[in-house]
Design a protein around this ligand. Sequence first.
Ligand SMILES: *Cc1c(COP(=O)(O)O)cnc(C)c1O
Length: 245
Amino acid sequence: MPEQLSSIAQNLERVRVQIARAAKRAGRSADEIVLVAVSKTFPAEAICAAYDAGMREFGENRVQELEAKRLKLADIGVTWHLIGHLQSNKAKRAAQLFDRVDSVDTPGVAAKLNAAAAEQGKRLPVLIEVHMGGEASKGGVAEAELPALARSVSELANLELRGLMTVPPYSEDLEQVRPYFRQLRALASELGSQLGRPLPVLSMGMSHDFEVAIEEGSTEIRIGTALFGQRNTNGLPRDAAQPEG
Ligand SMILES: *Cc1c(COP(=O)(O)O)cnc(C)c1O
């Protein structure tokens, strides 16, 4: 087995220890936290290795990339999360390939996903991605527009709004990141009361900041690098180098 694949199980073990530690510090149970393995840019073989190590939730940020990989994966019983910005013209394909869409950020995309899910006779669990910290390049809805988007998503019969997701601005200093996690939690709680039903899922925390996210109430962390190693953006299929999903 290539070295990178054999280390996935060890990496997973290490991440689980860190999850347990962070949960304990926060007086939470590690069972409350779902670990989503972010396999973007890594081949189907890496996904199989993670599956063999016990992973059952996977995140990809691009529709075509998962489409290509799924051809190489036998029908393994895993839950696929779309975690990248979705263009409306790919909503139909996304609703077929993914079990969760964690990155809904416009009413248009929500409507397209809803129509696709209806056509496919299913109800698709979704999260709304919230843009925090004012970095221009990222996806997600602005905080000011979140209540209106949440209301419109919650009215769509074939989408099930389960919570919020965010990618805060990167900082080496985790205390700079912590307020964003705290704010996402507050937003979910406030929206839950406005909508009259809870939004239990908070998808926040990546390889470098997931312990802080857990301390601030994360229920889903999205971990790529700490499980699979550094992503190499060279030598990828041309498709995979494009930014959008
Ligand atoms: C790539 C990605 C991750 C994983 O990032 P790591 O730092 O490698 O853990 C998590 N969330 C989103 C939305 C991503 O695009």
